[in-house]
Design a protein around this ligand. Structure first.
Ligand code: SF4
Length: 301
């Protein structure tokens, strides 16, 4: 453990803080975290902690979700410029337009969205819960925002319902190509290809397994194979290679590194704890409305 990591551990005890890190964070940050997980797991953990301070090492929408679910707690985002390119693609006007076009449809919102967007929706979902949530809705029509790739994946699993999408996508996952899958298979012949549903359909159709980051970890853990081609952010590959003995993960594409997830540096985590910044603040009305959509998601799961 480095000096700065030791300082962080000491400070988090002194301040009675909980450090949460997304799987896409760098390993030095994952190592000082109390819990590492995907968006859904992190959201659930925030509700279970007694600690008054939560340091969310990830991107802004995750810190907003933590604040919405825990209004009385102090939620800190160590890198204040860590946004999400997908979340920023959609505006409230886009959602309002879709609702006017499809008045009978429920609006299902991927958690990778701003708090403001969530206030216009009926329910949130994560990549791991989206299929279950779509099936549970009483409506036969669903407006899925903002990720058209995850939306089309869910629609394939829930053919009995009609889906309408927004044109958003994750620029990191969306650029992976079917050719890259072929090349990786050629290179690592015995390795199955595991991809995230944020990848486009051509890539998903060529994969052996499609799942959230947590589902990909579980697949690797449970598999008798020893090599895997991973079609999601590089942080997942690093974690498998570091923590899973006897398993080797290869990154499907060099594009799979999220610049926003990598904006948080270990020194930012220390500064966040030292100076208690950046504190996530949202107005009460936004929190109230967005909380309904997040709590529905958590309760269904
Ligand atoms: S990987 Fe994609 S969806 Fe996730 S934070 Fe980065 S830009 Fe947003």
């Amino acid at each position: 453990m480095t000096e700065i990591q030791k300082e962080i551990i000491k400070l988090k005890e002194e301040k009675n803080a909980l450090i949460l890190a997304h799987y896409y964070q760098t390993m030095d940050i994952q190592e000082v975290a109390d819990f590492v997980g995907d968006s859904f797991e992190l959201a659930k953990i925030t509700q279970k902690t007694e600690k008054p301070i939560i340091v969310l090492c990830g991107v802004r929408f995750m810190a907003e979700s933590a604040k919405i679910l825990n209004p009385a707690k102090t939620v800190l985002l160590p890198a204040s410029d860590a946004g999400c390119l997908m979340a920023d693609m959609i505006t409230p006007d886009d959602v309002i337009k879709l609702k006017l076009e499809h008045p009978e449809a429920a609006v299902m919102c991927y958690v990778n969205s701003t708090a403001e967007i969530k206030t216009h929706c009926d329910i949130c979902c994560t990549s791991s819960s989206a299929v279950k949530i779509a099936k549970s809705l009483k409506e036969d029509e669903i407006i899925f925002i903002p990720d058209r790739n995850l939306g089309s994946y869910v629609a394939e699993q829930v053919p009995e319902k009609t889906f309408y999408y927004f044109r958003g996508f994750c620029p990191i996952h969306n650029v992976v190509s079917a050719d890259e899958v072929e090349e990786a298979r050629e290179k690592y012949k015995d390795a199955p290809v595991l991809v995230h549903p944020e990848c486009n359909k051509e890539v998903r159709d060529k994969a052996d397994f499609i799942g959230s980051t947590s589902a990909i970890f579980k697949y690797v853990q449970d598999s008798k194979k020893s090599e895997f081609i991973i079609g999601t952010e590089i942080g997942v590959v690093e974690r498998i290679n570091k923590l899973m003995k006897g398993k080797k993960a290869y990154l499907l594409s060099t594009h799979l590194s999220c610049i926003n997830m990598k904006k948080t540096k270990i020194k930012d985590v220390l500064n966040a704890l030292k100076n208690l910044e950046e504190v996530i603040e949202l107005d009460n009305d936004t929190m109230e409305k967005a909380r309904i959509t997040l709590e529905r998601m958590v309760n269904i799961n």
